[in-house]
Design a protein around this ligand. Structure first.
Ligand code: ADQ
Length: 478
């Protein structure tokens, strides 16, 4: 393949020695860039008052990092506005939280045009372009309008909603149509592919020409999730590529840090109690409030377990410029305080709530200490915390994953995780009880099933699969 051109809202820059930041996606994509040479383009994170000047370019070996500033208005309207107050809630099926403003929609397209203008002069004819996530849906369309004929792929990290939800969004048709400018659309699960195709069908805009069976776009239990589509007079492919983590590396890290003083101190502080862990960005899609309700219900239903279990919820603030997120920070803190007030005793605090980000190594160590990983999003594209929790377990004494059926990760972790419906407090409370009382034999069987899958389909595999499908001539997709 030619050079790889990656475009995403933010660019994970390497450190002074040229090493990418730790964490799955950045490492895998950097490796692909290193192999083929290329560009990673995105927003610098800086805002300016007037029109941004030319992008800054940092060269690291064969990789150019191209960073553009944005105006403050654009950040408010494109990032905090249309992307995070319309697309994010709608795609997570929260119609009630979507806030439409015409100005913000215009800004979203303006920023996509700016990215296209920045990219076009840097392109060579055989470059392959890979665009990431909902901030940049119209980018391929803008590039095509500028005469770009390269292969362009898109990967959506968040779920794709059913037609009835998508159609509630003004300009949904522009968004849907603009995706036809890509050669390959990558989704997290086969359910997202189905929803996407369902939207095209209901709109009367196009349909599947042929389903791809086998080959690089069929993975694990999402086999057959790839389709070749004709819509809006374009032909393109859509397939599921469930994103993974650096499974083996994360497992090694968790084993290494388990002897660290901070992790040992935390274990001592539990005084022999079982540990339930929740780790999320503070976001309404993660179901944190419902999870705390379920934990409280578990305590109410199981008086004998009171004082014998501790829940640790780690949730750093995110998107604090969006009002819903700020309100949520206060609401969760209040809720934790209320549960502790109602059920705590002078020597036991039911919930420990940490409102900040922890280093990757610390997280790995905490996951390993935990008896139960409580991952209960109301809707999630994938949810990497679920996969990290599994990878971090001690093979001789693994913890149990309680996983929402509405996380993309549930498509791969069937047979291993205990599934729950986060809207059903009673059932989630029962799942917590089942997890805490599971025998070692069953824990091992379940963990091995999940770990086998995660080792086999890790983030490097994901990246390779996606790029292989993007590079394949459309007729060879199956
Ligand atoms: P996110 O919504 O950000 O990602 P997720 O998949 O859970 O969600 O990834 C979160 C990452 O942040 C994990 O690697 C986790 O370790 C880290 N993290 C979470 N809380 C942390 C804390 N307190 N301290 C430090 N690190 C923390 C979007 C989609 C997901 C999809 C990913 C990748 O919403 O569904 O899985 O992209 O495609």
């Amino acid at each position: 393949m030619g050079r790889l051109i990656v475009v995403s809202n933010r660019v994970p820059l390497p450190d002074r020695n040229g090493n990418p930041p730790a964490g799955g996606l950045a490492v895998a994509v950097h490796a692909a860039l290193q192999e083929n040479g290329g560009i990673w383009l995105g927003w610098s994170g800086e805002t300016v008052e007037t029109e941004p000047g030319p992008p800054t370019i940092r060269q690291e070996g064969p990789i150019s990092y191209v960073l553009t500033d944005l105006t403050k208005t654009d950040v408010d309207e494109y990032y905090n506005g249309f992307a995070n107050r319309v697309l994010w809630p709608i795609f997570h099926m929260r119609l009630d939280l979507a806030e439409y403003a015409r100005r913000e929609m215009a800004s979203y397209f303006r920023v996509n045009r700016l990215f296209a203008d920045r990219l076009v002069p840097l392109l060579k004819p055989d470059d392959v372009i890979w665009v990431h996530d909902y901030h940049l849906i119209p980018l391929a369309d803008e590039l095509r309008k500028r005469g770009v004929q390269n292969r362009i792929g898109f990967f959506l990290h968040i779920p794709w909603p059913p037609a009835d939800i998508l159609f509630a969004m003004p300009i949904y048709d522009t968004i849907l149509r603009s995706l036809a400018a890509y050669n390959l659309l990558g989704f997290q699960t086969d359910y997202d592919v189905e929803n996407f195709i369902g939207c095209l069908q209901r709109e009367g805009a196009g349909d599947v020409v042929r389903n791809a069976q086998g080959g690089s776009i069929s993975v694990g239990n999402t086999t057959g999730a790839g389709s070749y589509i004709r819509a809006y007079d374009q032909e393109f492919a859509a397939a599921a590529f469930p994103i993974g983590i650096e499974t083996a590396e994360f497992a090694r890290l968790s084993a290494r840090v388990s002897t660290r003083a901070s992790i040992q101190d935390m274990r001592r502080s539990l005084e022999g109690r079982a540990l339930i862990i929740g780790v999320d960005r503070l976001d309404y899609s993660k179901g944190i409030a419902q999870r705390i309700d379920a934990y409280e219900r578990f305590l109410e239903n199981n008086p004998d377990d009171r004082g014998k279990v501790t829940m640790l919820q780690v949730a750093p603030m995110s998107r604090s410029d969006v009002p819903e997120y700020k309100a949520m920070q206060d609401a969760i803190a209040t809720q934790c305080g209320q549960v502790n007030g109602r059920h705590g005793t002078i020597d036991w605090v039911p919930i420990r709530y940490v409102n900040r980000s922890l280093r990757r190594a610390v997280l790995a160590g905490l996951y390993r200490e935990a008896d139960v990983g409580l991952v209960t999003p109301l809707r999630d594209g994938m949810n990497l915390v679920a996969k990290e929790f599994v990878a971090a377990q001690d093979p001789e004494d693994p913890g149990v994953l309680v996983l929402s059926r509405f996380a993309g990760a549930a498509r791969e972790l069937a047979g291993g995780a205990i599934f729950c419906n986060p809207y059903d407090t009673e059932q989630t409370a029962a799942a917590i009880g089942q997890a805490l009382s599971m025998s070692l034999v069953e824990r091992k069987v379940r963990w091995e099933r999940m770990m086998t899958r995660l080792l086999e389909y890790d983030v490097t595999h994901w990246c390779r699969d996606y790029l292989q499908a993007l590079n394949a001539p459309a007729s060879n997709l199956s």
